[in-house]
Every structure is written in structure tokens, then in C-alpha cells.
Design a protein around this ligand. Structure first.
Ligand code: BTN
Length: 267
């Protein structure tokens, strides 16, 4: 459980946020923060979401008081960045923070098992540890970035193929510390969102994906295709897959990876 009064000064001090809003229970932090009542540089944190949203209209399930579920509202200025850079930025910084937590819990070489699943989820081995949902109104420059991290939950529905930091480390995770570390990481790395650092950010993000060269199966419009080989991840947010003797590019809304050659099935 979060101790919001102790946490608030640290979050504000990071310089990344101006308003901290906390709820024990709401429907979805992403939905709430989209209201014009909340200015940019706000974070909405909830101990429990009754209608947590995932990508592809899925639900984000998270037990009360056990995990981190929050959304940020930021204006990065349209001329400077694009949607893909925003996704790359948040998954990269979240990845670094989680890697650090695993290292401090004596998980050796966490980078071997921790990876970013295109386009922006974070996995440990074949299970999902963190999901990120970014929403923007085209042309507004304002982004809503919702992040869910499985921290202290110990039981997940079988079909979710999820894992928590506690299951990996065997230790209870301090949610206050983790949230502060995440916001500090966003603040410290913000330079990566400037135009001159775009390529650098992309390379850093790509190095944690570990997908290139893997065999895959994927879903397109409810059709499952197999025997694909991932040949590249591109700066425009697409994935290149060699299938049926040609290399095709797909964008994240068009395709869902369902299987990789050296892992079990995942969703
Ligand atoms: C996904 O993996 O499909 C994205 C999951 C994003 C979940 C987070 S939890 C906080 C924020 N509020 C929501 O309703 N969803 C995001």
C-alpha cells in the first residue's frame, strides 16, 4: 500500500510532476486523467482500478494494494517528438528502473531475462511484468501514459501469463520507493525525448527488445500466421517480419505477437 503523504513531496521534487492525485479505488486512472479538469504534469495513482484498461480493448487486472497502477498527463510539444518516441521513452526508463530493482534484490544478470516486448510491454522470461498504455489526441501534443507494474501480487489468472516482482525476487516490494524511482528515472532521462536524441533513444530501446532473428506466430484480423522471422524493429514503430518469402512491415495496432521460438506461448 502507498503512503501518499510521505511520497508526494518526493514526486513533486522530481520536477516531472506538479499534481499528485490519489484514489483508493477508481475505474481507470487513464480515463480519469483524460478529463480536462486535470492539467498536464499530473499523476493519478490508484490502489485499485475496477475497469483498468489494457491495449487492444483488454482489461488490466490488478489486486488491490498490491501493485502500481498510475497515469501521467504530459505535454511534450508536438514539434519535438512523436508517438513512438514517447512509447520508447517510457518503456525504456521503466525497464531500467525494474532492472535496477532486480539487481538490488540479487537477481543476477537481470538483463538476460528481462526484455521489452514490442511495442512496449516489459516481460520477465515469458511472463508479463508491466504494461504501458499511451493515449493521445492527434495534434494535441498531450499524452496520457498509463503504467501498470505487477509488484506484490502472487496469484494471477492462468490465461494472463503474468508475473510479479515479488514472485521473481521472493521479497515484498516497497511500492513507494518503486514509484519514486520511476518518476526520478523519467525526470533524469527526459533529455532523450529531444529531437537530437531520438536515434539514441531508439537504439537504447531496441537493445532491450531481443526480438530480432526470432521465429514468431502472430494474429492479424483474427487470423493466426506462423513461421515468421522477425527481421527488424523500426523507428516508425513498426515491426518487420519475413513471412511467405517476403519481408512485411506491420504496426502495433495491426498485429499481435502470440508466440516466439524460444519462449512459451504468451499473450
Ligand atoms: C497493456 O499491457 O495492455 C497495457 C496495460 C496498461 C495498464 C495501466 S494501469 C494504469 C493505467 N490505467 C489503465 O486503465 N490502464 C493503465
Amino acid at each position: 500500500m502507498l503512503n501518499i503523504e510521505t511520497l508526494k513531496p518526493g514526486l513533486i521534487k522530481s520536477g516531472f510532476l506538479n499534481n499528485v492525485i490519489y484514489f483508493e479505488e477508481i475505474e481507470s486512472t487513464n480515463d480519469l486523467i483524460s478529463s480536462p479538469d486535470y492539467p498536464v504534469d499530473t499523476i493519478v495513482i490508484a490502489e485499485y482500478q475496477s475497469r483498468g484498461k489494457g491495449r487492444y480493448l483488454s482489461k488490466w487486472e490488478s489486486e488491490k494494494n498490491k501493485n502500481l497502477t498510475f497515469s501521467l498527463k504530459k505535454d511534450f510539444g508536438l514539434s519535438k517528438i512523436n508517438n513512438n518516441s514517447v512509447l520508447h521513452f517510457f518503456s525504456y526508463c521503466t525497464f531500467l528502473t525494474i532492472k535496477e530493482i532486480l539487481s538490488t534484490h540479487k537477481i543476477t544478470a537481470p538483463e538476460l531475462n528481462l526484455w521489452i516486448k514490442w511495442p512496449n510491454d516489459i516481460y520477465y522470461k515469458e511472463k508479463k511484468l508491466c504494461g504501458i498504455l499511451s493515449e493521445t489526441k492527434f495534434g494535441s501534443g498531450i499524452y496520457i501514459i498509463g503504467i501498470g507494474i505487477n509488484c506484490n501480487q502472487e496469484n494471477f489468472s492462468e490465461n494472463l501469463s503474468a508475473v510479479s516482482l515479488k514472485q521473481i525476487t521472493g521479497k515484498k516490494i516497497d511500492l513507494n520507493r518503486l514509484l519514486l524511482d520511476l518518476i526520478t528515472s523519467f525526470s533524469k532521462n527526459i533529455i532523450l525525448l529531444s529531437l537530437s536524441k531520438k536515434d539514441d533513444l531508439f537504439k537504447k530501446w531496441k537493445s532491450f527488445t531481443k526480438l530480432i532473428g526470432k521465429e514468431c506466430e502472430f494474429l492479424i484480423q483474427n487470423t493466426n500466421l506462423n513461421n515468421g522471422i522477425i527481421t527488424d524493429l523500426n523507428e516508425d514503430g513498426s515491426i518487420s517480419i519475413h513471412i511467405n518469402d517476403e519481408i512485411k512491415k506491420f504496426y502495433s495496432g495491426e498485429l499481435k505477437l502470440t508466440y516466439l521460438s524460444d519462449s512459451k506461448t504468451y499473450k
